[in-house]
Design a protein around this ligand. Structure first.
Ligand SMILES: [Zn+2]
Ligand SMILES: [Zn+2]
Ligand SMILES: [Zn+2]
Length: 172
């Protein structure tokens, strides 16, 4: 029985921690979680995949493929775009990152051990993303789509606004 899920494996909403937190800790946690997820599934977290994941986790704001490409290029000289795209595809398939459609960018998942679709709150002030968990709401929408005879291939749930910190900063 390799597919049994631990009872605690339930996704929860994850807001970015407040500014001034120890972000190195977030990165270390994310990399450790990625190592164990990949090991459990027999997937290879190669050095380039690991480094791309680390770059996605460079902040709590979504990052684009070109920014990742530029950062890698500065570190190692020339990097081919397909190398980065393949690494991003792998990380996405493993549930280690989510794609933010409206920004054409990627964000690290804080709970990669649980299979879930990502729904996001995006702050237009600081650019950070918070992950929502809305399995029941999505199931209700799926049922309506099915009732209308649609075969859904893709869903995007992204809300845009101001996070609590940016609302605070905007107050006179
Ligand atoms: Zn952090
Ligand atoms: Zn997630
Ligand atoms: Zn904000």
């Amino acid at each position: 029985m390799t597919r049994r899920k631990p009872a605690a494996a339930k996704a929860e909403p994850t807001p970015p921690p407040s500014g001034g937190h120890d972000h190195a800790h977030c990165v270390a946690d994310a990399l450790a979680a990625a190592e164990s997820c990949c090991a459990a599934r027999g997937a290879q977290l190669t050095p380039i995949r690991r480094r791309v994941l680390e770059l996605v986790w460079s902040s709590h704001a979504p990052i684009g493929a070109y920014e990742i490409l530029a950062a890698l290029g500065r570190e190692t000289g020339k990097v081919q775009p397909p190398t980065v795209y393949r690494a991003l595809d792998f990380l996405k398939a493993q549930g280690l990152i989510h794609r933010i459609e409206s920004r054409n960018a990627f964000i690290g998942c804080a709970q990669p051990g649980t299979r879930h679709a990502g729904q996001f709150l995006l702050c237009r002030g600081c650019g950070e993303a918070a992950e929502l968990v809305a399995d029941k709401a999505l199931a209700a929408l799926d049922r309506q789509a099915a009732a209308l005879g649609y075969s859904v291939e893709h869903r995007t749930v992204e809300f845009e606004g101001l996070c609590p910190h940016c609302q605070e900063a905007a107050r006179p």
